[in-house]
Design a protein around this ligand. Sequence first.
Ligand SMILES: [Zn+2]
Length: 294
Amino acid sequence: MKWEGNRESDNVEDRRGEDGGGGGGFGFGGRSIGLGTVAVALVASYFLGINPLTMLNLLSGGGGAPAPVQQHAPAHKPPPDDQMARFVSTVLADTEDTWDQIFAANGKQYVRPKLVLFSGSTPTACGTGQTATGPFYCPGDQKVYIDLSFYDLMKQRFKVSGNFAQAYVIAHEVGHHVQHLMGISDKVDAARRNASEKQSNALSVRLELQADCFAGVWAYHANKARHILEEGDVEGALNAASAIGDDALQRQARGVVVPDSFTHGSSAQRVSWFKRGITEGKVSACNTFAAKEL
Ligand SMILES: [Zn+2]
């Protein structure tokens, strides 16, 4: 993917190296566990779609009310010579330009989310964010949180590399922000409150697949406007979607596939919805909730 020289977003907050409280990233209740276990937990919680709110609550000790949001004033900008921070800032800027336009075309105004880079743990409106949670979006403060070491994990454990696959992770989280702005996540949350676990998981899958489709919609428009795609990029992202589908992850984690507990969708479903977004480039192509077949 071509990105050097494109606009970088100002909406990136660098909290790396700050201690966010709530315990270290790799400590669970005082028990220290191996890096391999953390790696599995991290990727699994992200891609198996355990509700970040639940996950955060669990990891930060569980039970109680979400931790109060601490104000980080002033928010630090990443250093200008940090290549990885520049890359994610450029991807974020690209999603801003794309969604600004799509919302404007529908008579709406897009509210740009913030992207927080952190290491270890950090306070969020959804509780304490931990490295082990994987990248996530918190609707309470409209921020996407990522520990960039997640990308090393994608490479090492899932053999997923390429900067477009990395961009796709950001675009998927921004997709959750778009769902929040459109009121979709609220409706789904309300519906899930009165649903069985099975129905609730099925709704989560549709929400996740829609975020994949929105990531595709971003890629379609970004490429049209800025010609970012290079040979092999789409295949790389599709491989990523396929490598990290719930079925592939579950097989790796337990050796069996249990479809009712899918919350992100199977590999084939993730590939299919991302493809739909990037081919059609329209939000209306992403109505996973109306789809008979996923
Ligand atoms: Zn997601």
